[in-house]
Design a protein around this ligand. Structure first.
Ligand SMILES: [Zn+2]
Length: 136
């Protein structure tokens, strides 16, 4: 895929992605937008209201926080030792809901991808952009 973004724009995007106060979802959005991909946000009509929806490619993307969605094996996903009886069922419900949501979307013919907060980097986002384009 041709690089449609100048080096300085890219470095600005990437510094925002790594920035401490940046919402990961905004970073993903701005990166994919710069690649020329167009999408809708939080489509209410679809299961789980996916964060990004690419109707042209039948593709949806969720940007998941590692803690809230319990990224397996990730250091950011530990359940707090205090109040464990509160957190554990709550987080397990989220995991279950995520599984059901993804199944429902796939049944409707959507390609589904999850981007984990801790894994957002230039290479992965470029690869994702390419997968979306080739899903046409
Ligand atoms: Zn993670």
């Amino acid at each position: 895929m041709a690089d449609t973004v100048s080096p300085e724009v890219r470095s600005r995007i990437m510094s925002r992605i790594r920035g401490k106060n940046t919402k990961p979802e905004l970073a993903v959005r701005s990166f994919l937008h710069r690649l020329g991909l167009r999408f809708r946000l939080h489509a209410k009509g679809l299961p789980g209201s996916p964060d990004l929806v690419f109707p042209k490619y039948r593709y949806v993307v969720f940007v998941h926080g590692c803690f809230w969605h319990q990224h397996q094996g990730c250091t950011h996903s530990g359940i707090p030792a205090s109040n464990r009886s509160y957190w554990k069922p709550k987080l397990e419900r989220t995991i279950q809901r995520d599984i059901e949501t993804q199944l429902a979307l796939k049944e409707k013919g959507w390609n589904v991808e999850v981007i984990w907060e801790c894994e957002i980097d230039e290479q992965r986002l470029s690869d994702l952009g390419e997968r979306i384009r080739s899903a046409q």
